[in-house]
Design a protein around this ligand. Structure first.
Ligand SMILES: [Mg+2]
Length: 99
């Protein structure tokens, strides 16, 4: 994995993460549009799911490249994920209590 970053450089990997992130965003929005059915798309649900898997794989590959190379820490990501999940659950609980 370090080989790739050494060959193409960190800026190129960061650009790819951004590009793939944008493609993942597009795939996610397309599937949501397909599920809502308010604005029809010719894509089937399975095609939308497959497209999202493809783009998540691209993003995950870039993230793995950065973590396995020690550029960003997996532990620090996991710590932040835990805090964000708890915050989200707290907001949902507060919302339900308001109802
Ligand atoms: Mg892609």
């Amino acid at each position: 994995m370090n080989d790739i970053i050494e060959q193409v450089g960190l800026p190129a990997v960061l650009e790819m993460l951004g590009e793939e992130g944008a493609e993942m965003t597009h795939a996610s929005l397309k599937w949501a549009r397909q599920l809502r059915g308010e604005n029809p798309t010719p894509k089937t649900e399975e095609e939308c799911r497959e497209a999202l898997v493809e783009e998540v794989a691209d993003v995950q590959l870039m993230i793995d490249l950065l973590t396995m190379s020690g550029i960003i820490g997996d532990a620090e990501i996991r710590t932040r994920m835990g805090k964000k999940m708890l915050r989200w659950l707290d907001r949902l609980e507060a919302h339900h209590e308001e109802q």
